[in-house]
Design a protein around this ligand. Structure first.
Ligand code: A2R
Length: 327
């Protein structure tokens, strides 16, 4: 049972997290430290400016588009486990800068894969892919599992799909243990206001502090499958812990299994506010949303690792609002 699984868990003394200073990275690193207290952790960032209390964590300056620098880092550090988070993760920006998006998400990833294959062929690699790669498959309005067709609808999604497929091929052609996580929507403290839930929470907090008058909202019809970023990070840790028992190339959806309308999430946030707030439709935020419902099935992840989300959507929204009240 559980004990047997624990004794067989993967060990590691050097863990590398690309993009470790990003939103997910900042939630993940403390969990990695907890799970592997004896391991050394290195994160990469293009800049040295630090959003993170670095503690025992080393920060390497790296642009993954740089083939040589990526090789050198892997060769010198010799990671046993790698979480590949680094990406141009902004969908909007991917329309304006498709070239940057492809260079980072596909070619940068290929640089990392080649470096690992050459210098640390026994390593475990967890690549972070995205539910966006299913794209038009969500038109079915069903909770999608890992077998859904990849039908990306924007440059970001297409570049992540290509990365995901390249990682699948890598699993077949190398000895690396490759795991693919397809993350659905996630949110939490520290997420950029460009995302819908932080945008609501930040405005509510500013209205409570009398710094603003109106809450501007966009399209509220869309339904999305949200997890707290801590539960996403926990899923990544669990996958790494169980890596020895998982097949290389295996795919896991990271999601709650439930879809909530943006309207209902806004309503919940408004009910947490200390005053009555009337939202106002803002034409500038009315981006047409191509997908009505995005919902995933997390059964495979749950069965493989025992993972279960620990934060409900209402706790997640509370966390978010409290974060913005303090910022
Ligand atoms: O270099 P930094 O510290 O600005 O880190 C960004 C990093 N990044 C890169 N790293 C190396 N070379 C590049 N050319 C490059 N471009 C970007 O990726 C950034 O902090 C990190 C991604 O973090 P966020 O933008 O905060 O995304 P988030 O929400 O943490 O997403 C993590 C992963 C991504 O692969 C998404 O595509 C996926 O989850 O949904």
């Amino acid at each position: 049972g559980r004990f047997k699984a624990l004794t067989k868990m993967s060990s590691a003394s050097r863990i590398l997290v690309t993009g470790g200073q990003g939103f997910v990275g900042r939630a993940l690193v403390p969990k990695l430290q907890q799970a592997w207290p004896l391991a050394e952790i290195m994160i990469t960032s293009r800049s040295r400016s630090s959003k993170q209390a670095q503690g025992a964590v080393r920060v390497a300056t790296l642009d993954i588009r740089d083939t040589q620098a990526t090789k050198l880092l892997v060769q010198r550090y010799q990671p046993e486990m790698v979480v590949h988070l680094a990406a141009q993760a902004n969908v909007g920006l991917s329309f304006q800068q498709p070239e940057l998006t492809w260079q980072t998400n596909l070619h940068g990833s290929l640089n990392l894969f080649a470096a690992l294959e050459q210098h640390t062929p026994q390593a475990t690699l967890l690549v972070i892919s995205s539910s966006d790669i299913y794209g038009a498959s969500f038109a079915s309005q069903q909770a999608l599992d890992e077998n859904a067709l990849l039908q990306p609808q924007n440059p970001y999604a297409a570049s992540k799909a290509a990365m995901d497929l390249a990682a699948g091929a890598l699993a077949r052609t190398s000895q690396l243990k490759v795991l693919r996580a397809r993350a659905f929507n996630h949110t939490g403290p520290g997420q950029d206001e460009g995302y819908v839930l932080p945008a609501f929470a930040a405005q509510i907090a500013r209205i409570e502090a009398q710094q603003e008058d109106i809450l501007k909202v966009g399209n509220l019809d869309a339904e999305r499958d949200f997890l707290h970023v801590d539960d996403v990070a926990e899923a990544y840790v669990q996958l790494l812990m169980h890596a020895q028992h998982l097949n290389s190339g295996e795919i896991f959806n990271i999601c709650s299994g439930q879809a909530h309308s943006v309207q209902s999430l806004l309503d919940q946030l408004l009910s947490l506010a200390t005053q009555k707030i009337q939202p106002a439709a803002d034409p500038a935020r009315m981006r047409p949303s191509d997908l009505h419902r995005v919902q995933g099935c997390a059964t495979k992840l749950k069965e493989a690792t025992g993972w279960h989300p620990s934060k409900s959507i209402s706790q997640t929204l509370e966390d978010l609002l409290n974060y913005w009240r303090q910022h």
